[in-house]
Design a binder for this molecule. Sequence first.
Ligand SMILES: [Zn+2]
Length: 364
Amino acid sequence: MKKKFYSWCIVMLFCIFLCLACSEEEFNLKEPVFHPYLEQPYHQNKTPKPSGKSQYFFCNLIKPYFDDDLNMPACELTTFGRVLQDQFESLLKDPYFNMELVNYYKELHKKYVTHYRGENYYGPNGEYDQLAEKTMRELRSFWDLNREIYLNGQHTASLDDREILTDMIESFDRSVRNRSEAYRKADALLEINELSPNLPENPYFAMDAFTRPNGLLVIGDGLIETLIQAGIDGQIAFSAILAHEWWHQAQYEYSGRWTVPEEFTEASQVSRFKELEADFAAAYFLTHKRGATSNWKRIEEYFHLSFTVGDCLTGSDTHHGTPLQRMNAAELGYELAESAKKKGFILTSQEVHDYFIENLDKVF
Ligand SMILES: [Zn+2]
């Protein structure tokens, strides 16, 4: 019975993670937002058909990840999935575990990094500061985008910082009316944090990686940490996620011109197309000698990363592609950059987009 409850909770946490992580969409704001930003037009002309499946139903699709009795070879749990599972288990076994508090922290933190403007650091101790600066400089000159793009780091330590936590609560918690009340609530939460080994240290609380049409990119330390635990080099994980999210900005920039192939009508298929294209374009940038100029060892690492973050939620509106499809997309981007190596030119965003559509059969 206890085991069943654990499995259920893990599935729920996994659902929440997948719904929130790496999404281009606005999350559902249940609380008032004090700094709303303008959403730009969706980057396709037609509206995808929503799956019509409730979240509960699509959560059931995750079962193969966790249920040994079900066998779905195409979507076996990857190393990344196993690490996530361990993290969720650790969270669930925490004596101070509370689903409501976990969701509260998760949403609060996501809203905070979405609206925050100011100084930033990347990695728990700024380990990726230089890499972020270098990669963003390279991405700016590599892609022909005419927009301001900025990167917010997300850190579990923010949820343990009295001033930052109070900022979050004051800005986004509807039950709080002023800063004094926000301090009181933050202090009560900090007491729980003090006692709990997971709140908020568990990587789950800084697992976001997403982008917004206003030029915002977010990369959470928790996601990088999880990938490191899954055997991926942290530097490669960081630059790959940055390059992937950057391509979503290209998709926003060309939203009026680019269309998703007609055969993709379901929301899950549209999401998969956009995500795989971002994997592909990231590989092109990472490989290209006028991009990140990664050597073969680093590119191989990127292939591993692409595979391990694949999911088998093929009916989900936020489906990103199966492990194999994500790896195929990465390989296609590598091949394109390699084929152009001697010539040394950089394809435009439009040409990269067209190439991906022309070679979809190599990905699916
Ligand atoms: Zn993405």
